[in-house]
Write a protein that binds this ligand. Structure first.
Ligand code: TYD
Ligand code: MG
Length: 451
């Protein structure tokens, strides 16, 4: 009997190799190449002659009815994805276990069920009873519009579902379903790719929006292939510390809208509830004038969120003083500390430094440099930053303060939250000068903030 042929496939990018190797030469990942059975001969479909013809039309002839959007009823989500679901659009929702993917999808489906029905939820992870329990907790009332399929075999799930004519499909999760057409374990790159292809075909043929839930690994990538991200129309990631209540849903890819946008949710005992004014959450109820505390405006896509940033600078008794940063890139922190030492004469070499951004937000753009620098100097010298002062600017290695993008939006958000003085870079353009203090260097900024 002929031995089943096998091949070696990178579980991250899908590259195929004739033999095993430790590092994938395509995506440079280590230990991702795994042995899989060669796909069966029967799958190789010979070139069709006289089969059905592809539809060919000019751009002008394309009718627009297919692109009508379906609002979901969860406004922050509709805004996030560019105005509602697109029939036939495939969305991947990634996130760490426990972040709230299944909860969010069940809530979204229940809201949609009011207008679009029936909806189908394929779960390879949980039993129908478990989903029912969650639905009760979430007080979902329209259970008769939601079809549950607790099944890992995607072929039988879809065959069973086809006659119910669902208008939307959720698959929870892509790592737990498999197709019998492939001789590989669920969660392997071959299964994930093939199941995604089957789902895409099912969705595009019937003009269904499909949501695919995917787990992410610790380093934040969707477990399994990156190619999954290329196969879908929209990629959303749930972020947030599982220990905190805030959840941020971020758009990484969107064929139908902008990327980088975020929606903020709070996990409550009745599921995820949208937060309309995220800045409310991330700056403390009572604004404190403790040294080392500042509020920084953080751009998340087109939206500006104000968040509290805290720095604590203490005397160090270690030969290597500690630099602990959460929510701030540690190399950014080192840069700001170096700029303060070199250009403002402050001494941090014998100090431990702790920096934290409230609510699990990440300060991933340079607009917060100036705020960080003032929080650090404030804590070092025990001087508070005035509570009506908002600091916006990037620091250069030469100790200058530079304007950043979306200045007007950041200042407007500050005004909305009661800030009246704005320390910004010299050259930046603003619609009005009310309360604006311009500085050229980090030294100027220290003078403007601490007098
Ligand atoms: P879940 O949606 O199962 O996460 P995922 O599918 O991403 O793995 O969410 C699990 C967490 O959410 C769990 O720790 C419990 C919490 N939770 C609430 O706090 N309130 C709720 O109403 C629900 C349903 C879950
Ligand atoms: Mg889940």
């Amino acid at each position: 009997m002929a031995k089943a042929r096998s091949r070696f496939v990178c579980q991250s990018c899908g590259q195929i190799f004739p033999k095993w190797q430790g590092q994938c030469t395509a995506c440079q990942e280590w230990n991702t190449v795994a042995q899989e059975a060669e796909p069966g001969e029967a799958r190789r479909v010979p070139m069709q002659t006289g089969g059905s013809l592809a539809i060919i039309q000019t751009l002008e002839e394309v009718t627009m009815e297919r692109s009508a959007r379906w609002p979901t009823g969860v406004d922050v989500f509709d805004e996030l994805i560019g105005g509602g679901l697109v029939p036939g659009g495939i969305t991947l929702i990634g996130g760490e276990p426990g972040v709230g993917k299944s909860t969010f999808m069940l809530q979204l489906v229940s809201r949609l069920g009011v207008k679009i029905k029936p909806l189908a939820y394929i779960s390879g992870e949980e039993s129908a009873t478990q989903i029912k329990l969650r639905a009760e907790r979430l007080r979902i009332g329209n259970g008769s519009d939601i079809i549950l399929v607790s099944e890992q075999n995607i072929d039988s799930a879809l065959n069973g579902l086809a006659s119910y004519l669902p208008r939307l499909l959720v698959v929870d999760s892509i790592q737990t379903v498999y197709t019998q057409q492939m001789d590989a374990t669920p969660g392997s790159v071959t299964q994930i790719r093939e199941c995604a292809a089957i789902l895409t075909k099912f969705g595009k043929d019937r003009d269904l929006p499909i949501f695919i839930i995917g787990h992410v690994t610790k380093d934040g990538a969707i477990a399994g292939p990156k190619i999954l991200e290329h196969m879908v129309d929209t990629v959303l990631y749930f972020e947030g510390d599982v220990n905190s209540n805030f959840r941020i849903l971020r758009v990484f890819k969107n064929r139908y809208g902008a990327t980088g946008e975020v929606a903020v949710f709070q996990m409550t005992d009745k599921g995820l509830s949208p937060i309309i004014n995220p800045s409310d959450l991330f700056i403390s109820r009572k604004r404190t004038d403790a040294p080392g505390v500042v509020v920084v405006p953080i751009m998340q896509g087109s939206r500006c969120i104000l968040s509290e940033l805290q720095a604590l600078v203490t005397q160090s008794f270690l030969t290597m003083p500690r630099r602990v940063a959460s929510g701030v890139d540690s190399s950014r922190l080192s840069l700001v500390v170096a700029v303060l030492e070199k250009h403002a004469g402050l001494k941090f070499y014998n100090r431990d430094i702790f920096v934290n951004v409230a609510g699990g937000l990440k300060l991933s753009e340079p607009g917060g440099d100036l705020g960080l620098a003032m929080a650090l100097s404030g804590s070092l010298n025990d001087r508070p930053v005035p509570t009506d002062m908002l600091l916006v600017g990037e620091l250069t290695l030469a100790g200058e303060v530079r304007p950043v993008s979306q200045m007007a939006r950041r200042i407007n958000e500050g005004r909305r939250f009661g800030f009246s003085r704005f320390v910004v870079a010299d050259g930046c353009e603003l619609p009005d000068e009310k309360g604006v203090v311009r500085v050229a260097t980090v030294r100027d900024a220290l003078k403007a903030v601490f007098g």
